[in-house]
Design a protein around this ligand. Structure first.
Ligand code: FES
Ligand code: FES
Length: 156
């Protein structure tokens, strides 16, 4: 058995240590918000946080997450009220939606590290997350808005 803390809850999974974390998250734990895209670390659809850092769960062995903290899109906020989620709704960012949980998880790390990102900062930080629907302009606008909401929240 492998113990992982996922979205704040301790879970034990009967998984081969080499199993990709993505398989564990989706198939063993039933958290299907994280998506399988390419399976080879090229698209970002499977992005989750491992101890607060964005990782590609399709190429991360579950053994690497043993005893660690994993956050998926389901755990980004308790009430879907992370500034990014509020901004995403305001800008109606998703089209098909498939890439969006990965986009949000990458953007959350960006905002934590850089509360006032420029367009270039956003493009650099988000370059590993591919969107086949081309929602990039809305993603960028929503990240600027979320940064603004986060800064306002920090002041109040
Ligand atoms: S599914 Fe992991 S990066 Fe594409
Ligand atoms: S919204 Fe369709 S792939 Fe990004």
């Amino acid at each position: 058995m492998i113990a992982i803390t996922i979205n704040g809850k301790q879970r034990e999974v009967a998984a081969d240590p080499d199993m990709p974390l993505l398989w564990v998250i989706r198939d063993l734990l039933g958290l299907t918000g994280t998506k399988f895209g390419c399976g080879v670390a090229q698209c970002g659809a499977c992005t989750v946080h491992l101890n607060g850092e964005a990782v590609r769960s399709c190429v991360t062995k579950v053994s690497r997450a043993a005893g660690q903290q994993v956050t998926t899109i389901e755990g980004l906020s308790e009430l879907n009220d992370h500034p990014l989620q509020i901004a995403w709704a305001e800008f109606d960012v998703p089209q098909c939606g498939y890439c969006q949980s990965g986009q949000l998880m990458s953007a959350a790390v960006l905002l934590r590290e850089n509360p006032n990102p420029t367009d270039q900062d956003i493009d650099d930080a988000m370059s590993g997350n591919i969107c086949r629907c081309g929602t990039y302009p809305r993603i960028r606008s929503a990240i600027h808005k979320a940064a603004e909401l986060q800064r306002e929240g920090a002041k109040s």
